[in-house]
Design a protein around this ligand. Structure first.
Ligand code: AMP
Length: 542
C-alpha cells in the first residue's frame, strides 16, 4: 500500500522559491569583483534567477544540457546557479585554480554549452577557448560598463544578457532524480572525475546541513562561505542558507586574511566556513594586528585536517569550532565534530581531543571501516581501516565512466583511512595512498603533520613515506618555517618526542621554502614524493 502524501518532487529551485517567499528581504552581500560592496536579497535573487532560466531556455538550453560556471562567490553566481538548475540544465562549477589545460579537458568532457565567468578569468579563457569547441557562448558576470574587449565567442555581459528576459517565466518541473549540478574531483592522479548531483540529493543534503549539530546556522544568522561555490558543491551552503533564510555574505575574489576579516567585522558575520589555509591567513592577520571579532560565533573547517593549534586559537576567542570531513562525491558532508553527550561538558585538552576528530555523520550518511579484503573492522577508536560510506547524497558512479564504484553492500570507498570509536566519532588517519607502511604497521602522516605544525616556528608541515631498506617505508617530515622564525631539526624532533609512539617519529626533517598545494588547497603529496624521490635517510644504510 502506498502512502497518501503529495507527490512533491525535491527540486533545487523550490529552495530559492521558499527563500524568496518567506525570507524575501533577507540580505545577500557581496564584495563584487568590480570592487564595491553589493547588496541584494533573496527575492531579487529569485527574480533574476528566473530571468537566467528564461534566457537559457530562449537560447535552446534544454533538460540535461551542461552550463559551466568559472566564478567567485557572488550574488550573480548564486542567481546563475539556481537559474541553470531551474530549467533542468546542469550547473557545472569549474575550479579556476586548475591548470588551464585541465579546465579545457573538464569542459570538453562535460560538453558544456554555455560558460559563465568572472572578469578575472577572461584572459585565461581566451587562451584556451579554441580547445573548448562545445561552448556556444560566454557570459561574463559584469555589466556593460565593465565589460572588456574580448575574443571569447558570443561574449556578452551578464547584466545585458538577463535584461533581455522579462522574468515572466515559470520554473520547470521534472523528476527529482534529474541531474542538477556537476563538480569534477581534483584527482591528484589520473584524469578528474565528474560527480553528478541530483535535485533530490542536493535537497536532502541541504536538510542534513541544516541542523545545529551540522553547519549550525539559522534564519537569524549571517554566513560567510569562504569555501567557493566551485569547491565540492559549496559544502551545501548555497542550498542550506537560502532554505533557512540565513543572510549570506560573499567574499568575491578576495580571500586573504585582511579582506575576509573586514567582511566578517563589517557585516557582523556569525558563521563562516572554509579550509584550514584560509583560517591560517585570518588568524595570522588577527594576531599581527591585535584584532577581535565579537560577532563571530561559529567556524566550520574542512577539506583538510584542522590542526589542534588552530582549533585552540578559535576556542580561545570564544568561537565554536566545527571540524568537518567530507568529499566531492558526498555532496560533500560526511561527518562533523559536534560535541554530543557525554562530551559536551569536556574541558581543556580533553575537549580539544574531541573537537579535533572529524566527528560523526548526520542522518543520511552511513559509514564503515574495512580491511583490504573488505572485512568490517571494530569501532574501537584504535583500529585503522578503509573508510566506506553510503547514503542518498553519495555518488554511485562518475559521469561518463562505465565502472562500478560501490562494494557489494553499496558502499563507496572514500580512499581515506580512519578509526571510528564506539560513539561514532571518526578520525581520519590518512589517505590510503599517503599512509606510511612501516614494518607492516601503518603510521598516520596527518597525525605527524598536525603535531609538527604545533611547534611555534612551523608554518606548514607535510609528511611522506620514503623507502627504507629495513622498514619498507619511514616518515620524512618536510617543514616550511614561519617567516623570520628559526628552528633546527633537533628542536622540532624534541618538541614531537613523547607526544607520539617512538616508532612514529620521523626519521629525518628537511626544510623547504614552500609546500605545493592542489587546486583545492590540499598538500600535493604526489609532487613532494617526486621532489624527494632520490632522497635516502641518513640511517638507511642499516
Ligand atoms: P574533496 O573532494 O576535494 O573535497 O576532497 C576530499 C578529501 O579531502 C577527503 O577524502 C579527505 O581525504 C580530505 N578531507 C576533507 N576533509 C578533511 C578533514 N576534515 N580532515 C582530513 N582530511 C579531510
Amino acid at each position: 500500500m502506498l502512502g497518501l502524501m503529495q507527490d512533491w518532487p525535491l527540486l533545487c529551485h523550490r529552495i530559492i522559491e521558499h527563500a524568496a517567499q518567506i525570507h524575501g528581504t533577507q540580505e545577500i552581500v557581496t564584495r563584487s569583483v568590480e570592487g564595491p560592496i553589493h547588496r541584494t536579497n533573496y527575492k531579487n535573487i529569485r527574480d533574476r534567477a528566473l530571468k537566467v532560466s528564461q534566457r537559457l531556455d530562449r537560447d535552446g538550453i534544454k533538460l540535461g544540457d551542461r552550463v559551466a560556471t568559472i566564478a567567485w562567490n557572488t550574488w550573480r553566481h548564486l542567481e546563475a546557479w539556481y537559474g541553470i538548475m531551474g530549467i533542468g540544465a546542469i550547473c557545472h562549477t569549474v575550479n579556476p585554480r586548475l591548470f588551464p589545460e585541465q579546465i579545457a579537458w573538464i569542459v570538453n568532457h562535460a560538453q558544456d554549452r554555455v560558460l559563465m565567468t568572472d572578469l578575472t578569468f577572461v584572459p585565461i579563457l581566451e587562451k584556451i577557448a579554441d580547445k573548448m569547441p562545445s561552448i556556444e557562448r560566454y557570459v561574463v558576470f559584469t555589466d556593460k560598463a565593465h565589460m572588456p574587449q574580448t575574443t571569447l565567442k558570443n561574449a556578452v555581459p551578464y547584466e545585458d544578457w538577463i535584461a533581455q528576459a522579462d522574468g515572466d517565466f515559470k520554473w520547470k518541473t521534472f523528476e527529482e532524480n534529474t541531474a542538477a549540478a556537476m563538480c569534477y574531483t581534483s584527482g591528484t592522479t589520473g584524469d578528474p572525475k565528474g560527480v553528478l548531483y541530483s535535485h533530490r540529493s542536493n535537497v536532502l543534503h541541504a536538510l542534513m546541513a541544516n541542523t545545529g549539530d551540522s553547519l549550525g546556522a539559522n534564519a537569524g544568522d549571517t554566513m560567510l562561505p569562504v569555501v567557493p561555490l566551485f569547491h565540492a558543491n559549496s559544502w551545501g551552503i548555497a542550498f542550506s542558507a537560502p532554505s533557512m533564510g540565513t543572510k549570506l555574505v560573499f567574499p568575491g575574489a578576495k580571500l586573504d586574511g585582511a579582506s575576509v576579516f573586514e567582511l566578517l567585522e563589517t557585516e557582523k558575520v556569525t558563521h563562516t566556513a572554509g579550509v584550514p589555509t584560509v583560517w591560517l591567513m585570518l588568524l595570522n592577520h588577527i594576531a599581527a594586528n591585535h584584532l577581535k571579532l565579537p560577532h563571530l560565533r561559529f567556524v566550520v573547517c574542512g577539506g583538510s585536517a584542522m590542526p589542534r593549534s588552530m582549533i585552540k586559537a578559535f576556542v580561545d576567542m570564544g568561537v565554536t569550532v566545527r571540524h568537518a570531513w567530507g568529499m566531492t562525491e558526498m555532496s560533500p558532508i560526511g561527518t562533523l565534530a559536534a560535541l554530543k553527550p557525554p562530551f559536551a561538558e569536556l574541558e581543556g585538552d580533553a575537549r580539544l581531543d574531541m573537537l579535533q576528530t572529524q566527528g560523526y555523520p548526520p542522518f543520511g550518511v552511513q559509514m564503515k571501516i574495512t580491511d583490504d579484503a573488505g572485512k568490517e573492522l571494530p569501532w574501537d577508536g584504535k583500529t585503522f581501516g578503509r573508510l566506506k560510506v553510503s547514503g542518498p547524497a553519495v555518488s554511485k558512479a562518475y559521469f561518463r565512466i562505465d565502472a562500478n564504484i560501490l562494494d557489494e553492500d553499496g558502499y563507496f570507498d572514500t580512499g581515506d583511512v580512519a578509526t571510528i570509536d564506539g560513539h561514532g566519532y571518526m578520525r581520519i588517519t590518512d589517505r590510503s595512498k599517503d599512509v606510511i607502511k612501516s614494518g607492516g604497521e601503518w603510521i598516520s602522516s596527518i597525525d605527524l603533520e598536525n603535531l609538527a605544525v604545533g611547534h611555534p616556528a612551523v608554518a606548514e608541515a607535510a609528511v611522506i613515506g620514503v623507502h627504507h631498506p629495513k622498514w619498507d617505508e619511514r616518515p620524512l617530515l618536510i617543514v616550511q618555517l614561519k617567516q623570520g622564525a628559526t628552528a633546527t631539526r633537533e628542536d622540532i624532533l624534541k618538541y614531537m618526542d613523547g607526544k607520539i609512539a617512538k616508532w612514529w617519529m620521523p626519521d629525518d626533517i628537511v626544510f623547504v621554502d614552500g609546500i605545493p598545494h592542489t587546486a583545492t588547497g590540499k598538500i600535493l603529496k604526489t609532487a613532494l614524493r617526486d621532489q624527494f624521490k632520490a632522497y635516502s635517510f641518513p640511517n638507511a644504510a642499516a
